[in-house]
Write a protein that binds this ligand. Structure first.
Ligand code: UN1
Length: 513
């Protein structure tokens, strides 16, 4: 951990204490067993965080519900000011936080910084939004009446996030929820718990400086059982969960059983369609970054490349060449492109997927494998692989969180490619590479891509925070981040005011006494 300034970064983030086995923060209640966080980069123990017991959880919820009563009455633009200060702190701590993300999760330092940048961007967005939580004004059908709608804070928002974006996903939710007047309880992934503590330390300081209750931002830790405390809790009107489809179905059912709301960001099986009119150079850059960036562990990672037969040979050759240039190793070392997978369980899933692809008849174009030896001691480094496959293979239908790219072929019209791309249960991100206007517009039309994100001449990953982020089908239907995604964090109220001395009824109903 001494290398690449990790210890210094931990110090700057107030994480010295976690090495001793306890989490800090005046508002943190964790009397349960400790989770040890090991870095996939070098296998070292970074620190330990104690978990939240049901009794601890009750204390957290007390803090949260009390804080909500105060926070909901702070005017929205003032809430925005707090989020602005939080964004400023993130600017100051961008490097250490980016480094921790890289070291605890394994993505490249550049991507770690990019993730913190997304946090800063969503804060800026939320600050502007804090003056724009608009409702509509409608014309009443009754004389002397005024009708309008307003958005009120919802309450305690539960956030369950995944290891792959250990800080940004929380910020997308929380920055919006805070300006909306909500307070948040966050359960980060148990695979990246120190990122959670670091973020909590940053916001706790901002809240303290402003004499606001720390309960506006709460942290809980543990496995799915801790998550269940929130999904079953009537005091939490909205649960925002990012993770696998399997997890999402469990969360959605539990929350729906009590008629709560859930915002789900689940699996993707994202494809790039490469048409005869594609710019091959751009295609290769987009596809390689999409497939191997974050070692294939983004929900927007490119999993399938659907290539027209007329350019198939050319694309195959260019991408195979590009893969030869990839450097795999310590993600904090800027010369490397690909870091480790999150843990050895993920490595097993990667190996199983490659085996299955072969069994189903796939042709391995760029061979995978687990790296061993100097610098690879954690056992989490794998080679990005490319397999020529068919969309109907069961393994191609699944999301494997690893750098495996399936090369698929289509012939004839672009419709055939769109059909293949839509023929999976997931519906998150999609892209087409083409200079042909007709193909691009068909891809974007109502009969085109069925995904929540559809790009032209851009890869599938790397979405900006300004748009609504999320997907359809088993991706879960939720939208977070930009556009009007804020609305789910508020409750809408329709108000009708009568300023006459009569009481006319709607629909012209007469009711004389
Ligand atoms: C995720 O993988 O959970 O579009 C989200 C992207 C990022 C977000 C990914 N902005 O790749």
């Amino acid at each position: 951990a001494a290398a690449f300034g990790i210890n210094e970064a931990l110090g700057q983030l107030g994480l010295q204490e976690v090495n001793k086995g306890t989490s800090t923060g005046s508002n943190y209640f964790g009397s349960g067993e400790a989770i040890s966080s090991f870095s996939p980069v070098d296998g070292a123990l970074i620190g330990k965080v104690t978990t939240t017991t049901p009794e601890d959880y009750e204390k957290v919820m007390d803090k949260a519900t009390t804080a909500f009563k105060e926070w909901r009455s702070v005017p929205a633009p003032q809430r925005g000011e707090i989020v602005r200060q939080f964004g400023e702190k993130l600017r100051e701590l961008k490097e250490p936080l980016g480094k921790l993300v890289s070291y605890e999760m394994g993505k490249s330092y550049q991507e770690g910084l990019g993730e913190v940048q997304e946090m800063i961007d969503i804060c800026d967005f939320a600050v502007g939004l804090s003056r724009q939580l608009h409702g509509l004004t409608m014309h009443s059908e009754r004389p002397g009446h005024r009708m309008y709608e307003q958005y009120h804070p919802l309450g305690v928002v539960g956030i369950i996030s995944a290891f792959n974006f250990p800080v940004a996903v929380w910020a997308w939710n929380t920055a919006l929820a805070w300006v909306c007047g909500d307070v948040c309880v966050w359960k980060p992934s148990e695979k990246a718990p120190l990122c959670g503590v670091a973020c909590q330390n940053i916001i706790a300081e901002v809240l303290k400086e402003n004499n606001l209750p720390e309960g506006i931002s709460c942290l809980i830790n543990g496995d799915y059982k801790v998550g269940e405390l929130m999904t079953n809790d009537k005091r939490i009107p909205l649960v925002s969960a990012t993770g696998s489809i399997r997890m999402g179905k469990i969360v959605a059912q539990a929350v729906a059983a009590r008629l709560g709301k859930s915002l789900l960001e689940l699996g993707g099986n994202n494809a790039i369609i490469v048409t005869p009119d594609a710019d091959i150079k751009m295609t290769v850059i987009g596809a390689v970054f999409g497939a191997v960036g974050t070692a294939g562990q983004r929900c927007t990672s490119t999993r399938r490349l659907i290539v027209h037969e007329s350019v198939y040979g050319q694309v195959k050759e260019a991408i195979t060449e590009a893969y030869k240039q990839l450097k795999i190793g310590n993600p904090l070392d800027e010369k490397n492109h690909v870091g480790p997978l999150i843990d050895t369980d993920a490595v097993k899933m990667y190996q199983n997927a490659l085996e299955k692809a072969k069994e189903e008849g796939g042709n391995v174009l760029v061979d995978g494998g687990v790296l061993q030896g100097d610098g690879y001691e954690s056992g989490c480094y794998v080679k990005p692989a490319i397999v020529e496959a068919d969309n109907s293979f069961q393994i191609v239908q699944e999301e494997t969180f690893a750098p495996i790219l399936y090369l698929l072929k289509y012939s004839g019209d672009v419709e055939n490619a769109i059909e293949q791309q839509n023929d999976v249960v997931q519906g998150l991100s999609s892209a087409i590479m083409t200079n042909n206007l007709r193909e691009a517009e068909r891809f974007l039309s109502s009969a085109g891509s069925d995904c929540g994100i559809a790009n032209v001449n851009i890869g599938t990953s790397g979405a900006e925070i300004g748009g609504a982020f999320g997907g359809e089908k088993e991706t879960g239907g939720g939208r977070e981040s930009g556009s009007d995604a804020w609305k789910i964090y508020m409750r809408r109220q329709t108000n009708t005011i009568n300023y006459t001395t009569e009481l006319p009824l709607a629909q012209g109903i007469k009711f004389d006494l």
